[in-house]
Design a protein around this ligand. Structure first.
Ligand SMILES: Nc1ncnc2c1ncn2[C@@H]1O[C@H](COP(=O)(O)OP(=O)(O)OP(=O)(O)O)[C@@H](O)[C@H]1O
Ligand SMILES: [Mg+2]
Length: 261
């Protein structure tokens, strides 16, 4: 091979080599950028989830406290007013106060003490944001049964699946909102929650026996939208059926490795 040909070969090989090197660098930076973007997206979605979680905690506290304040005013305030009225009557009355009168007064005061106990148990810091779904619903149902005089039925298996605690908190918030809707709008005297597990799915169903509503004509409230948004956040699906015999809200949550603890 003459010298010129060798030179040409060296130049061509150098060009090929440098082109390959540039392609390699370009690919390296491209994938590096993709990886960084993927990590940024992951971090952003984690931040979004955590901020939603904080909002959920605040809402659970707010709603529980506002219900308790309402119950303190409506129930206990009412009972104590009755007791004061009774004492006033005894004071005005010329006749002697009998043992039966005092017993009646004692019962009224004992009832208010009972209700204060129920409420103070809920205000307790540990109960206010309890991440245990079953216990939280049980507490709420106890309170609703006693203070609102509404029949509450809670059917659940002995063992609730061990799921991500943050998801469990969000599940509770969803049902706190749904129960609130049944109490506020349905006029039902009975509400029912069933918790079951089937085919790697957790199913939670809330039913009321009230007036129902037209799903296509709901007002611009936040409740139902929040329920759907939160369900999506934890990868669950929500379906609602409603007619004039009542409303059923069914939530389905997948029990896969990602969601189980
Ligand atoms: N269980 C139910 N029974 C009867 N009507 C219901 C029930 N749940 C919801 N609704 C109807 O759907 C509407 C929308 O509910 P949503 O929770 O979104 O808003 P809201 O309760 O009116 O207001 P917010 O939740 O913001 O306080 C309600 O106004 C009510 O008319
Ligand atoms: Mg609502």
């Amino acid at each position: 091979m003459d010298r010129e040909k060798v030179q040409l070969l060296v130049i061509s090989l150098s060009i090929v080599f440098f082109t390959l090197l540039i392609i390699l660098f370009a690919l390296f930076f491209y994938f590096q950028k993709k990886k960084t973007q993927f990590l940024i997206d992951k971090m952003e979605s984690e931040i979004h989830f955590q901020s939603e979680l904080i909002k959920t905690r605040v809402e659970i506290k707010d709603q529980t406290l506002s219900e308790i304040s309402k119950e303190l005013h409506d129930n206990i305030g009412q009972i104590i007013s009755v007791a004061i009225m009774q004492v006033n009557l005894y004071l005005k009355n010329e006749e002697k106060v009998t043992k039966a009168d005092l017993n009646e007064l004692k019962n009224v005061l004992a009832k208010s003490l009972d209700e204060i106990r129920i409420l103070s148990r809920i205000i307790n810091k540990d109960n206010l944001i309890n991440t245990n779904f079953i216990e939280s619903i049980k507490n709420d149902f106890d309170r609703i049964k006693k203070l609102k005089n509404i029949e509450c039925v809670f059917n659940h298996d002995e063992t609730f699946p061990k799921i991500n605690v943050e998801h469990e908190l969000i599940l509770y918030r969803i049902f706190q909102e749904a129960i609130h809707n049944s109490l506020k709008h349905s006029l039902s005297k009975k509400i029912e929650i069933d918790v079951t597990c089937e085919k790697k799915k957790l199913l939670i169903r809330l039913k009321d026996y009230g007036i129902g509503f037209d799903l296509n004509k709901t007002s611009k409230g936040l409740g139902l939208n929040n329920i759907k948004f939160r369900a999506k956040l934890i990868g669950a699906t929500v379906s609602i059926e409603s007619n004039n015999n009542g409303t059923i809200l069914l939530l389905e949550y997948l029990l896969n490795k990602k969601n189980e603890n």
